[in-house]
Design a protein around this ligand. Structure first.
Ligand SMILES: NC(=O)c1ccc[n+]([C@@H]2O[C@H](COP(=O)([O-])OP(=O)(O)OC[C@H]3O[C@@H](n4cnc5c(N)ncnc54)[C@H](O)[C@@H]3O)[C@@H](O)[C@H]2O)c1
Length: 381
C-alpha cells in the first residue's frame, strides 16, 4: 500500500467539490505536515485544485481496484453515502462519512452491521460531537447544577436561498429516482442540532429513542421540509423538542438547551460555548476545545479508543430521520404569509416573518408548530 512503508496512514477522498473541497484542503494540509499520504480521490467531475500527487478516479470502485487506503473520507450526496461507505469498509478501510451517515434506517442498520463485521470504524461527520462542550454539559447536569432535568430542546433559525436548492439535483428532495434522499432541515442542514441535543441527552443509540412526532412544513418551493418541529420521546420518559427553520429573517446561532428545576444550560454547538444560568447568579460562560473528527478517527485506529462520533452513536439520529422519511409530505406555507427578497444575481430568499418567535414559543411551551395557535400553520396545505 502506497505510503504504508513510511508509516503514514494512506487516505482516499470521495467527493472533491462542494463540502468535499474543504476535506481536500484539510487532507492536503495534513499531507504537508507529513501526517498522512493522500493517495487518491474519486469524483466523476475533475478536481479544480492541485491534487499534489494524488490520482483522481471517476468512481470509488476504480480507486479501490488500484489502491488499498487505510482511511476513506466520503463527502458525496446523502443518498450515495451508504453504498460508498459500505464499499470502503468491505475493502478494509476505516471511514469518515459526512452526515447524515445514510439516508434511511434500513441502510443505517446494514452499514452498522458491516462496520462491526469488518471491525472497521465508521465515523459520522457530526463535527459538534468532537467538542469537549458536550461532555462538559453532561457533567454539569449529572452534578446537579440545574436540579432535576425536565426536558431538552434544540433551536435553529437559518437562512437559505433558492441558489442553495438549485446547486444540486438532490437538494431539497425527499426522494430521487426511487431512492430516499431526506434532504430536509431536520435531517440535513440542521441535523447537527438534532444529533447534538441527543448526545447531550445521552440518547445516541437506536434504542434510546422511543417515539418521534414530526410536524413538517416548507416555505421554499421544495419537496422536503425547511421549517419543522419534532418531539422526540426518550427511554427515560423525558422528551426533546426541536424547532428549526431555514426561512428566518437572518442567520442565527443554533443552540441546544437542557432545562432543569433549578436552571438551564445552553450549548451553542457551532461555537463550543456553554452558558449556564441559575437563578440569582450571573450566567456562567465557558468555551471548550474541539477535536477534528478525522484526527479523532486516526487516533482511534492507532490506539483502539472509540471515536467520538462512531456510527452506532448516530442511532438516535437515525430514528429521528426514519420518522421524517416516513412522515406525510411537508405542508406548504401559503405565499400570503411569506416575504420575498430579491437578491443580486437573480437569487431569491423567502422569509416567514415571525418564525423566530414561533420557534422560541415551540421550545418554551414544548409544543409543535401545529399545536401553537399559528395562522400560517393552520393555513398550510
Ligand atoms: N458537516 C457539515 O457541516 C457539512 C456541511 C455541508 C455539507 N455536508 C455534507 O457533505 C456532503 C456533500 O454535500 P455537498 O453539498 O458538497 O454535495 P454536492 O452534491 O455539492 O457534491 C458532492 C461531490 O460528490 C461528487 N459525487 C457525487 N456522486 C459521487 C459518487 N458516486 N462518487 C464520487 N463522487 C461523487 C460530486 O461530483 C461532487 O463533487 C453531504 O453529506 C452533506 O450533508 C456537511
Amino acid at each position: 500500500m502506497s505510503g504504508a512503508g513510511r508509516g503514514r496512514p494512506t487516505v482516499a477522498l470521495v467527493g472533491v467539490h462542494g463540502y468535499g473541497r474543504l476535506h481536500l484542503e484539510r487532507l492536503l494540509a495534513r499531507q504537508h505536515r507529513g501526517e498522512i499520504d493522500l493517495v487518491a480521490v474519486a469524483d466523476p467531475v475533475p478536481a479544480d485544485a492541485a491534487l499534489e500527487g494524488a490520482r483522481q478516479f471517476p468512481a470509488l470502485d476504480d480507486l479501490l481496484a488500484v489502491h488499498g487506503p487505510e482511511v476513506v473520507v466520503v463527502s458525496t450526496p446523502l443518498h450515495t453515502h451508504a453504498d460508498l461507505a459500505g464499499q470502503a469498509l468491505r475493502a478494509g478501510a476505516h471511514v469518515l462519512v459526512e452526515k447524515p451517515a445514510t439516508a434511511d434506517l434500513p441502510s443505517f442498520e446494514e452499514l452498522l452491521a458491516l462496520s462491526e463485521r469488518t471491525s472497521r470504524w465508521c465515523q459520522v461527520g457530526f463535527q459538534s460531537l468532537g467538542s469537549a462542550a458536550v461532555e462538559h454539559v453532561r457533567e454539569r447536569v449529572a452534578g446537579g447544577r440545574i436540579g432535576t432535568v425536565t426536558g431538552y430542546s434544540a433551536v435553529g433559525c437559518w437562512v437559505r436561498t433558492r441558489a442553495y436548492y438549485d446547486r444540486a439535483p438532490w437538494a431539497g428532495r425527499r426522494r430521487l429516482q426511487g431512492r430516499v434522499v431526506a434532504d430536509g432541515v431536520l435531517t440535513n442542514p440542521l441535523a447537527h442540532a438534532v444529533a447534538t441535543v441527543l448526545a447531550v441527552a445521552g440518547a445516541r443509540r437506536l434504542q434510546d429513542v422511543v417515539e418521534v412526532e414530526t410536524d413538517l412544513f416548507h416555505v421554499n418551493d421544495i419537496e422536503a421540509d425547511d421549517t419543522s418541529t419534532a418531539r422526540i420521546v426518550l427511554g427515560d420518559g423525558l422528551d426533546v423538542l426541536v424547532a428549526v427553520t431555514l426561512a428566518a429573517a437572518e442567520q442565527g446561532e443554533p443552540f441546544v438547551t437542557v432545562t432543569g428545576t433549578a436552571g438551564s444550560i445552553r450549548l451553542f454547538y457551532t461555537l463550543d460555548t456553554v452558558v449556564e444560568e441559575t437563578p440569582g447568579r450571573p450566567p456562567r460562560v465557558t468555551r471548550h476545545e474541539r477535536v477534528d473528527l478525522f484526527d479523532d478517527l486516526l487516533d482511534a485506529v492507532r490506539t483502539g479508543a472509540r471515536p467520538r462520533s462512531a456510527l452506532r452513536e448516530a442511532g438516535g439520529f437515525a430514528r429521528v430521520q426514519d420518522a421524517v422519511v416516513n412522515s406525510p409530505a411537508p405542508r406548504a406555507v401559503p405565499a400570503e404569509f411569506l416575504r420575498r427578497h430579491d437578491l443580486p444575481g437573480g437569487d431569491v430568499r423567502w422569509e416567514l416573518p415571525g418564525i423566530e418567535e414561533a420557534v422560541q414559543r415551540a421550545v418554551t411551551r414544548r409544543r409543535t408548530f401545529s399545536e401553537l395557535d399559528l395562522d400560517w400553520a393552520r393555513a398550510a396545505r
